[in-house]
Design a protein around this ligand. Structure first.
Ligand code: LLP
Length: 414
């Protein structure tokens, strides 16, 4: 996060003053550091350099075309979760053979689109889906490469809404189904099993959960190979943690690598990683202007800002912590709630937080807003999605324009 730093008491992104960016582009505004995206990718690659692998950026974390393109240009692949994300990845210039297609509920149209586009493989999550992929591939006389996503039944400790490897969740194929899946795969003529896949959740601090799930998936690999299937890809998903709260530092990626490489190397497969958050979370801030300040009879203070849960829903949805910094530093501080303009009590960024005593009209930066922020934004309350800016040293680029009122109603018919 050092890419965001104070210089002469003003918060900057890679040398650019955030107050200047707000003046130029308006607020709310997402500001992303291209350098930070690149640094994080290199850090990830460095950690796993001792392992034959292929990193697929999980586009769902931040699907801005310029963000995808930045990773694509570094040689990174993409993990997409819908036809829409596939479209975005292709539009950003990522070649289809570097794209893997996930999703617990792919529609036939999406499967057809993926096959037509020539993606590397689809990750199937049920017996029925395998049959649908086979039927669609047969229509064009092709053989589709598939991985099967296994639910390893490992419950990683994270927020309950973002744990996915537990067998009570909808994700993946239960290990008990494996024989039936392999039987079906040996009958289907238009799918070829090329990989095993899992994803146990997100923001997982303890490498031991990956170790436990990997050991299970390796055992499945042996069973699958024993049945005569040649497995090239071994996809252990994403979920690597980032620091949101300086008091709760994320486990360094090197510690995950240290535990996983010795386990995975002997398997002789190409390992796929699908990091999302790790690559983007701390590359962006959400810049917002203080509209009003007020106080209630108990002395409680509120900063009412021009961004809200429509731009960053994570505090409302997962009680997640985001640092809130004043763009212009003040000596005095106050304890306050930082809240948005949306008509919901859950529309807050911070509660009971010590914040610099910034005045109405000044700016706050909601930190770590690169992952699952803009992508989860909505038009609720008739809100316009914010503009997005990519900073690369001296080069400041508007990479998404602010929505307009006209765009709000463009799909409606009177
Ligand atoms: N692969 C699969 C199959 C996934 O479902 C996900 C995330 C990832 C990779 C990337 O996970 P990451 O490396 O970003 O942790 N909206 C929530 C997070 C939802 C994660 C969904 N799946 C949040 O804001 O915390």
């Amino acid at each position: 996060r050092t890419i965001f730093h104070y210089s002469k008491n003003t918060l900057c992104c890679d040398g650019q003053r955030l107050d200047d960016l707000a003046d130029t582009f308006g607020t709310p505004l997402f500001v992303t550091s291209k350098k930070n995206l690149i640094t994080r990718y290199n850090e990830f690659e460095e950690a796993f350099s001792g392992l034959p692998h292929f990193t697929c950026y999980s586009v769902k974390a931040n699907f801005n075309l310029s963000v995808i393109k930045t990773f694509g240009e570094l040689g990174c692949g993409c993990d997409v979760n819908s036809g829409g994300e596939l479209y975005r990845a292709l539009q950003a210039g990522v070649s289809p053979e570097k794209i893997i297609f996930a999703g617990v509920g792919k529609k036939a149209e999406e499967i057809a689109y993926a096959l037509r586009s020539g993606v590397l493989m689809l990750k199937a999550e049920s017996l029925s889906e395998l049959a649908v992929i086979d039927r669609i591939a047969a229509e064009s006389g092709n053989v589709a490469l598939v991985a099967i996503r296994i639910n390893p039944n490992v419950t990683a400790e994270t927020h309950p809404y973002i744990t996915t490897g537990d067998s009570k969740e909808k994700f993946g194929i239960d290990e008990g189904e494996l024989d039936a899946v392999l039987m079906l795969l040996s009958e289907l003529k238009h799918v070829r099993l090329a990989g095993l896949d899992m994803h146990i959740g997100s923001q997982i601090f303890d490498p031991e959960y990956y170790v436990a799930a990997t050991i299970k998936l390796l055992a499945i690999l042996e069973r699958v190979k024993a049945q005569g299937f040649a497995i090239e890809y071994f996809d252990i998903g994403g979920g690597f943690p980032v620091t949101y709260d300086p008091a709760k530092q994320a486990t360094p990626i090197a510690q995950f690598a240290e535990k996983l490489i010795p386990l995975l190397r002997p398997a002789g497969v190409k390992v796929i990683f699908e990091p999302g958050r790790f690559l983007v979370a701390n590359a962006s801030v959400l810049l917002t202007r203080i509209l009003y300040r007020k106080q209630n009879h108990t002395g409680k203070q509120f900063f009412i800002v021009d961004a809200g849960m429509t731009e960053l829903i994570r505090p409302a949805l997962y009680q997640s912590h985001h640092e809130v910094l004043a763009v212009t530093r003040h000596k005095e501080s106050v304890e306050a709630d930082v809240v948005g303009p949306v008509c919901e009590s859950s529309d807050f960024f911070a509660r009971h937080r010590t914040i610099d005593d910034a005045a109405e009209g000044e700016l706050l930066a909601v930190m770590s807003s690169g992952a699952y922020a803009a992508v989860m934004s909505s038009n609720y309350n008739g809100r316009l999605r914010p503009a997005e800016v990519l900073v690369d040293g001296q080069d400041v680029r508007l990479v998404r324009t602010r929505e307009t009122y006209e765009q709000l109603i463009q799909n409606e018919l009177l």
